[in-house]
Design a protein around this ligand. Structure first.
Ligand SMILES: O=C1C[C@@](O)(C(=O)O)C[C@@H](O)[C@@H]1O
Length: 148
């Protein structure tokens, strides 16, 4: 039986959502993000375990744990998107379906943000839709899990 639980991972600096560069990231907070994802998941009968950390190893440990009791991962890796082979390896290692989400349109920003180490291990990509993008990332991941 599929475990009806998602892991929501927010990487470095996303604890500052709401005050961090609002012209780029908007005014909604991390608490708003977690509430949005929980609401979207609950509507489909899924629980959410939410984690934000500024520490790569903490994110990796949480991803490893998820293989025991989650059926998919929604992740905004923050700047680790563009640098982290180890985060990518953790995601491919646990072999859970992944939704990658970015609040800003990384492809329209600096060239160093154009490459994602996570992109080809993710089945869902939501980029540049602001905080509401977390809802569509969650819904599209659930649709994938349910074979829709
Ligand atoms: O921290 C972040 C946030 C981000 O992942 C986004 O959500 O738009 C984009 C990254 O380039 C940046 O380092």
């Amino acid at each position: 039986m599929t475990t009806r639980r998602l892991l929501l991972v927010n990487g470095p600096n996303l604890n500052l959502l709401g005050t961090r560069e609002p012209a780029i990231y908007g005014s909604e907070t991390l608490a708003d993000v977690e509430a949005l994802v929980t609401e979207a998941a609950t509507a489909h009968g899924y629980e959410v375990r939410a984690l934000q950390s500024n520490h790569e190893g903490v994110l990796i440990d949480a991803i490893h744990e998820a293989r025991h009791d989650c059926s998919g991962i929604v992740i905004n890796p923050g700047g680790l998107t563009h640098t982290s082979v180890v985060l990518r390896d953790a995601l491919s290692g646990v072999a859970l379906p992944v939704a990658e989400i970015h609040v800003s349109d990384v492809m329209a920003r600096e060239p160093f943000r154009h490459h994602s180490y996570v992109a080809d291990v993710a089945v869902v990509h939501v980029i540049g839709e602001g905080v509401p993008g977390y809802r569509s990332a969650t819904e599209r991941l659930i649709a994938h899990l349910e074979g829709r």
